[in-house]
Design a protein around this ligand. Structure first.
Ligand code: FES
Length: 117
């Protein structure tokens, strides 16, 4: 039994562009996505804009589980995007490294009508 996430893959760049333990923001498909390279060699991806006052989450301090916004120190779970300090959550995205390239999966339209109004 497996759940297939619907989404569109985007190659963001080389993993080697991100120092271990740090994050980097990428503009992709109209979003700002922050990719974090953890010291254990794995990667995480969240929305790059802090929901508190728009701080740059890619510039925050990370540990194995969380990133701390550099502006007012709200704390976000790197795996789920859940805020651990009472603000709104941020979106988290599936991300992996393939042949040295960072590949993120953003939500796709999956063919359904996108209606407004
Ligand atoms: S802008 Fe991120 S904590 Fe205030």
């Amino acid at each position: 039994m497996s759940t297939q996430a619907v989404g569109v893959e985007h190659v963001l760049g080389r993993l080697s562009e991100i120092p271990p333990g740090e994050g980097r923001a990428y503009a992709v498909a109209g979003r700002q996505v922050a990719v974090f390279r953890l010291r254990d060699g794995t990667v995480r991806a969240l929305d790059a804009v802090c929901p508190h006052r728009g701080g740059p989450l890619a510039d925050g301090q990370t540990d194995a589980d969380v990133v701390v916004c550099p502006l007012h120190a709200h704390v976000f779970d790197l795996s789920t995007g859940a805020c651990r300090s009472g603000q709104d959550d941020v979106a988290s995205y599936a991300v992996r490294v393939e042949e040295g390239l960072v590949v993120v999966v953003l939500p796709g339209t999956s063919g359904s009508a996108d209606r407004t109004g």
